[in-house]
Structure formats: structure tokens, C-alpha cells
Design a binder for this molecule. Sequence first.
Ligand SMILES: *Cc1c(COP(=O)(O)O)cnc(C)c1O
Length: 425
Amino acid sequence: MTLPGAPWLHRRGRTLHLEGVALDALARAHGTPLYVYSRGVMREAVRRYADALAGRPHLLCYAMKANSNLAVLQTLAAEGCGFDIVSAGELERVLAVGVPASRVVFSGVGKTRAEMGRALEAGVRCFNVESLPELDRLDEVARAHGTRAPVSLRVNPDVDARTHPYISTGLRDNKFGIAHDEALAAYRRAAERAGIAVQGIDCHIGSQITELAPYLDALDRVLDLVEAVEAAGIGLHHVDLGGGLGITYADEQPPGADAMVRALLARLDARGHGAREVLLEPGRSIVGNAGVLLTEVQYLKPGPHKNFCIVDAAMNDLVRPAMYGAWMDIVPCTERDGAARTWDVVGPVCESGDWLGRDRPLAVRPGDVLAVLSAGAYGFVMASNYNSRPRAAEVMVDGDRAFVVRERERIEDLWRGERPWPDDA
Ligand SMILES: *Cc1c(COP(=O)(O)O)cnc(C)c1O
């Protein structure tokens, strides 16, 4: 079996290693649940995009909501990445690792005045504006700051990304973007505003996309608009095609980033848009297969209908299975002899939805460490403190070195900022 993230994730003998580091040793050293990320996998993922884009005006903007640990941002910034942000908090993270705001695009349907003001002050490269009221508000805020806000309109191309409904964003019924048939009028409005400087056009059709066709359909729809907008005398400097490329969790076979980029560039050329700057906003495909979540088996609870393998990681640590019904591979960090049995791998949280994997063949004993694979994207970032569980630590590995890039939350962190009612003291 090839492991996702191979060759960085591999077995030496029976023991699973990420790069040169044995994962069960990391679990013993730092405790579980524990997120572990490979710098090598992330760098390789960026390079596949960057190599395919070489020689073209472009900016690869990592969608940092997928994994916003500072060490991850630092690693990707060193590879030349820009960043796609969706909140002021994400902006401050980018600035904290020393990335200039000129490499940042700001997406999201609900930007507040304060977020707009801060992003203007910092000097972000572009606002991806998702509605007319947002455009009006940004115009106001920019004029109040004595400046013009650089803007792309995020258009909704109304194509089906053929992915999970919760992560499909380019359909007419989604909350995202400006409808395709209203986009030209929106550009006219934007061009009239003293606080707005039109820069480009943007779309993002969904996540975990495993086919090229939806991308090419979306690109065609976007280019139709580019041509209409420019015919109306409004110049567009760049085309931002969003993120969304899928990864292999089970047996999906998404196109490689290089193949996807080549197909997009070929279509741009074919339609005479070869000189236009291209922006992309990949998240999952950069970090997803770079990470694993390690968890220790607490109890085995065989039963007449179901066998439960109760581990110390839960839906609060990794919500994708509970939230999207996502299938993520679960493998032992050290393989043991003996026949596998079929287990539901579940956490300690008081919810029946608290499972990490169902019907998994595993030879396990209490105390064994399991690795949930492909957990580098939408893992730690979606963690919560539900059931008053401190959030996991995060470790990054590079070659045979490992470094804690976020310490485990302590119990007393759980009530930081909480206050007892004053009169009862
Ligand atoms: C989430 C998001 C992305 C990244 O999506 P992935 O599936 O992680 O690649 C890119 N752009 C926007 C606007 C997003 O909301």
C-alpha cells in the first residue's frame, strides 16, 4: 500500500516514520493526541504548483484556513507563497511571520469594517469582494482611510464541483460570490466608486475537487466575464481561480497540481489570455497529506454487533469525520502480529457522532498508537475545547529533526478569560 504523503510517510520495518522521525517515539515524547506535520511534503506540494506556473506572472496564495500554524506559514513563505486570508486574525498571523501584506489576498463573505480598515492599513494585495453591500462598505471604509481598496469581485460561476455539499461553493444556491449574470453590473458599480480600484476577478468553486472539468468550466465562465468587463472599458489585471484541489484520503485520484495548472494555463492561452497574471489559492492540496494525528488506544470494547476501539483523540481534535462523514485512513504506528478485527475507532466525547473511523480492520491493543492520515488540512484549525478537552500539541518534522511548533494547551488555559459572577465571591 502506498501511504498518502509518500515517500515522506513510510514504514521502516514495522514502524511508521514521517520523514526521518519514528511516529510512536514522537507520541511517547510529547503525548497524544498529537498533530505531526512534514515540512518536506508541504515544500514538495508548493513546488508542484510553482514549477508549473514558472515563467508566467503569478502569485500562489496558500489558503491558510487549512492550517494556520506559524511554522507552517513560515515554511510556505520561505517557498515564496503568498496567502489567502479570511479574517483579521489570519492577517495578523501572516504579518507575525514577516510576510508583506502585498502578498495577501483577503477572501470571505462577512468582512467587518474593522477587518477592512486593518487590511487597508497593512496594504493587502487585493480584497476578494463577495457582494454588493460588501463593495459599498469597502468603498466607504477606504475613502475614510483616504485610500482606494484594490478589489477583485468573487463571481459565482454556477458550476458543480461534484464534491461534498458543505464544501461546494460555486453553485447558484451557495452563499458565496456574486451571481454570474449580475457580475458585469457589479463591476460597473465598482469602477464608479472613488474608494475602489478594480484589479481582477476571482472565483472558488469548492474543496476536495478530484476532476479537472469543473475547473475548466469555471475558467471558461470567468473568462466570458473578463471579456465582457473589459469590453465595458474596465481593465482586469489578474484572474484568481481559487483553490479546492483534492487530495487522496482513500482511493480518490485527483489530478496533480502540475497537471491542473497546465490545463488551466493552456485554456487561458487558447482563449488569448496568456499574459494575464494568475492567482491560485490552494489550501488542502498543500498541507493535507503533510500531516497525521497520533492517538493512543485507551480501551477495546468488543461487542455482539460492533467492536469499539476507544482512543484519546476525539471530534474536538479532528471534526472532519463527524462533520462531513469524511473517511480518513487509520493505521498503527507500529504494526503488530495477530489477526486484525474490525473496529469502530471512536473518541471519549459524549456524542454518538464522535468517531474517527468506522469498520476498520486493525490489530491493536490498549496503549498502541494509531495515526490518522492526511490530517494536515482542516484538522487542528477546526479543533475546539468541547468537553473541556485541551487542544492537542503540534510538532513539525524536517529530515530527522522534530520540533514542537505549538505546545499542548494546559488545563488552566481552558478557563482563561472566564470570570465568576462578582457578588458570590
Ligand atoms: C477554503 C478556500 C480556499 C482553499 O480551499 P482548499 O480546498 O483547501 O484548497 C481557497 N479560496 C477560498 C476563497 C476559500 O474559502
